[in-house]
Write a protein that binds this ligand. Structure first.
Ligand SMILES: *Cc1c(COP(=O)(O)O)cnc(C)c1O
Length: 394
């Protein structure tokens, strides 16, 4: 008999009743160090007092009206994002996959309005993840995502991950945009280099293509800059944001330049809940805190500390971990045993991690994780690795 919750997830037999910063407390009272953080959403930890205050203040005043009216919280958050980024304009969604839908629509509409309606094609990298909507799965590709869900939304071409020659060869007169994650998250914590991003920007400019960056997972301070592309000194035309921007409250956004967004006039797109007062009140507080240079400097310092300790861990446990990869506090450990077994052993040790492709476990802690918790992370990983080694002697 089918479970009452549609069984699309392989869930761990763990449930939590409370969160405090980087810790989650299970039903049985056991405390877990949370290095999954809602898959990079809970950027300020659980039950952050500033976010609780922003949410409850708004909850007591007004939850939801409609985008038929002006929403001051939405206006403030859009202004803050325009101020802090390359963007001239913002549309709010409730999720990353909705941001993907709009990014694709916006790119197509841009060329349609420019008198080039044939330009509808979007080139992406295989192994990327752009969401689970019809546009999201067509953009992501891969059997696991698309098999049985056809016919897929037309116009998407995947080339092998970071294969820029294949990407260039795939461009033709119908290509509108290139869509990439600066760091693949679900795909196994694989960063594009600054040089690759610079070359990509130059290539898009030379060929009249829009550059769409998916910063749903790697954005919002995760790499130590507000957005990951800033490290390369480039800017996209369109950017997808979600996950961290809500600090655990459902919120997403598409940020764009005026030129890229020029086709999106009244009536061309909408969302009932997108940009609602609750989400935007929380998002505004998140952006205020995370965009502070002092906060980002701390993310960088902690990232350096964690990375250094993880390199030591890999050296100590070569039969369990083979490599650390990623940037900032978006780190992956490549595993020798099945990553899902390492995640399970982590549960036993009292820590939560997220698996990713390429047999990687992801460490995506709250960006305000403490130094003591970083030390605890490495101690728990060390214990986890030792338990695995004892079970499967090399
Ligand atoms: C999670 C994710 C998405 C999809 O976001 P949802 O909020 O789950 O719809 C899209 N792109 C990337 C890079 C993601 O990590």
């Amino acid at each position: 008999m089918i479970p009452s919750v549609l069984p699309t997830y392989n869930r761990a037999p763990l449930s939590f009743v409370k969160g405090e910063g980087s810790w989650l407390i299970a039903e049985d009272g056991r405390r877990y160090l949370d290095l999954c953080a809602g898959i990079a959403t809970d950027v300020l930890g659980h039950a952050n007092p500033d976010l609780v205050a922003a949410l409850t203040e708004q909850a007591n005043a007004l939850w939801h009206v409609s985008n038929l009216y002006t929403i001051p919280q939405q206006q403030k958050l859009a202004d803050a994002l325009v101020e802090a980024t390359f963007a001239d304009t913002v549309f709010f969604t409730n999720s990353g996959t909705e941001a993907c839908e709009l990014a694709v629509k916006m790119a197509r509409k841009h060329f349609y309005e420019a008198g080039q309606p044939e330009k509808t094609g979007i080139i992406t990298f295989a192994g990327a993840f752009h969401g689970r909507s019809s546009a999201g799965i067509a953009a992501s590709g891969g059997d696991k995502m698309v098999k049985g869900f056809g016919p897929l939304l037309p116009g998407f071409t995947q080339v092998p991950w970071a294969d820029f020659d294949a990407m260039k060869a795939a461009v033709n007169e119908t290509t509108a945009a290139i869509l990439v994650e600066p760091i693949a998250g679900e795909g196994g914590i694989k960063p594009l280099s600054d040089q690759q991003l610079k070359d990509l920007r130059a290539f898009c400019d030379e060929n009249g293509l829009l550059l769409i960056l998916d910063e749903v997972q790697c954005g919002m301070g995760r790499t130590g800059r507000l957005f990951a592309h800033e490290w390369a000194g480039i800017a996209p035309d369109i950017m997808m944001v979600a996950k961290g921007i809500g600090g655990g409250f459902p919120l997403g956004a598409v940020l764009a330049t005026e030129a890229a967004a020029s086709g999106m006039t009244a009536g061309t797109h909408g969302s009932t809940y997108g940009g609602n007062p609750l989400g935007c009140a929380v998002g505004l507080k998140v952006v205020e805190i995370v965009s502070d240079p002092a906060f980002l400097a701390e993310v960088n310092r902690k990232a350096g500390l964690l990375r250094q300790k993880l390199e030591g861990l890999v050296a100590d446990h070569p039969d369990v971990f083979t490599e650390v990869r990623g940037n900032g506090l978006m780190l992956g450990l490549v595993c020798k045993p099945a990553n899902t077994d390492v995640v399970k052993a982590g549960y036993d040790a009292g820590m939560l991690m997220a698996p990713a492709a390429e047999n990687v476990i992801r460490l995506l802690p709250a960006l305000n994780i403490g130094d003591a918790e970083i030390a605890e992370t490495v101690a728990l990983l060390d214990r986890t690795a030792s338990v695995i080694e004892a079970k499967e002697p090399a």
